[in-house]
Design a protein around this ligand. Structure first.
Ligand code: BTN
Length: 237
């Protein structure tokens, strides 16, 4: 798939651009902006999007919606990991879909669904810290590709590589085993793993829990002898 790329120097949010225009755009249209004035993160948070970072969103308009929306996020997180792995870096996916390297976040994904009269589309927004400077107050938690490798990257090349990886994984969907294959690739790179003890922030309290099972859309943990299904909450490193 060769995506059409609509680019802007600045826009409110690339996800919001696709949300406003998805009906007239084709499957796999990409919106890319050098800066966003109202970049959005998950859970209603804002996403700082200065020059030098890679901020883009992809529109998926599958004829048959490819099982569930979370699979698009998983495809994207695996595609991002593969991009970093090619640079000899060691990324991992912090559940459910943040990409971390050296225990700091390098990339985040915001997946949203939009509904029309008869069709549904999925928008996957991706932010990658590439050449951008990380603000002082985030330096403990976030990192850029430039910091990790000591060089600057051409954003259009990084974008093409990530899109190529996404497209290859997305094209698997015609195969019966696609979902299982994607989940396997996602789990392989995921933190935590089954059996691991982790700390998780739930209702503003830190819980020490043991991970029983990683399922497609939630994880099962044991908290003080009680089995809980977690589908939100922040896992602490
Ligand atoms: C997160 O980790 O909270 C998700 C961050 C997603 C940020 C990207 S940047 C491109 C796209 N446009 C947005 O407004 N958000 C996503």
């Amino acid at each position: 798939m060769n995506p059409a790329i609509i680019s802007f120097d600045s826009i409110d949010s690339t996800n919001d651009f696709l949300k406003r225009n998805w009906e007239k755009l084709n499957n796999f249209t990409v919106c890319w902006a050098l800066t966003q004035t109202k970049g959005r993160g998950r859970n209603g948070r804002s996403w700082f999007s200065p020059n030098g970072g890679l901020w883009f969103s992809i529109l998926f308009k599958p004829k048959k919606v490819f099982s569930d929306i979370n699979l698009y996020t998983k495809i994207s997180s695996v595609a991002l990991c593969r991009f970093f792995e090619k640079l000899d870096l060691k990324p991992f996916i912090k559940w459910p879909n943040d990409i971390y390297i050296e225990k700091k976040k390098i990339s985040g994904i915001l997946t949203e669904a939009v509904m029309g009269d008869s069709r549904k589309a999925i928008i996957v927004g991706i932010g990658v810290n590439v050449n951008n400077d990380i603000p002082e107050e985030l330096k403990e938690k976030a990192i850029s590709l430039k910091q990790l490798t000591g060089r600057e990257y051409k954003l259009h090349i990084v974008l093409r590589r990530i899109l190529g990886n996404i497209s290859r994984l997305y094209n698997l969907r015609s195969k019966k085993t696609a979902t299982a294959t994607i989940i396997k690739m996602w789990k392989k790179r995921l933190f935590p793993k089954e059996g691991e003890e982790i700390r998780i922030l739930l209702d503003e309290k830190i819980h020490r829990v043991k991970v029983l099972k990683i399922l497609e859309n939630h994880i099962e943990v044991v908290d003080n002898g009680k089995i809980l299904k977690i589908n939100s909450g922040e896992i602490l490193l």
